[in-house]
Design a protein around this ligand. Structure first.
Ligand SMILES: Nc1ncnc2c1ncn2[C@@H]1O[C@H](COP(=O)(O)OP(=O)(O)OP(=O)(O)O)[C@@H](O)[C@H]1O
Length: 295
């Protein structure tokens, strides 16, 4: 199978803007050769596929409409598609387009050849500081890009991260993301009359992603999330109290702990901004400048 990862699937309407082309092309199942299954999720299956005309390799996610309806997630899926199809960043999984038939919805996704990060973490138990810092820096860059477009991910966790052929991290699941600008518009009609504290709350909201990235950084280095507990109520309490403890094993540098401590701050306005994170000594000294961890 000829593998091309550079060019997106052919688009029908040349000359239109990239984002518009995604919407305008009318795909059907006949446009693809279907390959091996890549995995299955709650609502359907994911297959390796090749777009016939361009030979472009993609991941085709097939979702069953009746299951989406039953779980009342159609609205969430629509939002996910709307948001993800407009994002272009090396660390964000591309959504090239979608189509549907009577029973199914198909999402045409960028293929992430190295699969789920979650499985890698399980295999290694925890990552080296170099690897963790490289991942955290790429995620910070992807989130800065999202926040610049008023998109908050809200669900950054290892299960939602895939790894590309070069070892680059890809944020994959935008099911819980929100476009704050849209939300504000529907609520208030226009931004013009909003007081500063409400306009600022866009950034304020975005700080939830800094918290999640702090949790993820901890999990990369220790193999478990920081507030884990047997009982749900205990996890809740530990989060609310920010009951942050650093075990003595595995050994983790004080610079890494300092960064995590600056991200896991209860007052969301006091969390280390993502741009500052990229300048933190632990990131500067450990993250691969290429943004790619090759092992
Ligand atoms: N773009 C992709 N490239 C490579 N493998 C993928 C891709 N998307 C999904 N997969 C594989 O298919 C599996 C199922 O993906 P899917 O997104 O449907 O399920 P999920 O992550 O469990 O999400 P959900 O809980 O929303 O169903 C993933 O766990 C992953 O192994």
């Amino acid at each position: 199978m000829a593998i091309s990862t550079e060019t997106p699937p052919q688009q029908q309407h040349k000359g239109s803007s990239e984002g518009a082309a995604v919407d305008q092309k009318r795909w059907t199942l006949n446009d693809f050769d279907i390959g091996k299954p890549l995995g299955r999720g709650k609502f359907g299956h994911v297959y390796l596929a090749r777009e016939k005309r361009s030979n472009h390799i993609v991941a085709l996610k097939v979702l069953f409409k009746n299951q989406l309806k039953q779980s009342q997630v159609e609205h969430q899926l629509r939002r996910e598609v709307e948001i993800q199809s407009h994002l272009r960043h090396p660390n964000i999984l591309r959504l090239y387009g979608y189509f549907y038939d009577q029973k199914r919805v198909y999402l045409i996704l960028e293929y992430a050849a190295k699969g789920e990060l979650y499985k890698e973490l399980q295999k290694c138990k925890y990552f080296s500081e170099r690897r963790a810092a490289t991942y955290v820096a790429s995620l910070a860059r992807a989130l800065i890009y999202c926040h610049g477009k008023h998109v908050i991910h809200r669900d950054i966790k290892p299960e939602n991260l895939l790894v590309g052929a070069q070892g680059e991290l890809k944020i994959a699941d935008f099911g819980w993301s929100v476009h704050t600008f849209n939300r504000r518009r529907t609520m208030c009609g226009t931004l013009d009359y909003l007081p500063p504290e409400m306009v600022e709350s866009v950034e304020h909201d975005a700080n939830v992603d800094i918290w999640s990235l702090g949790i993820l950084c901890y999990e990369f280095l220790y193999g478990v999330p920081p507030f884990e507990a047997k009982e749900h109520s205990d996890t809740y309490r530990r989060i609310v109290q920010v009951d942050l403890k650093f075990p003595s094993r595995p050994v983790v540098s004080s610079a890494a702990k300092d960064l995590i401590t600056q991200m896991l701050v209860k007052d969301s306005s006091q969390r280390l901004p993502l741009k500052k994170l990229l300048e933190h000594p632990w990131i500067v000294q450990n993250a691969e400048p290429s943004g790619v961890y090759r092992g």
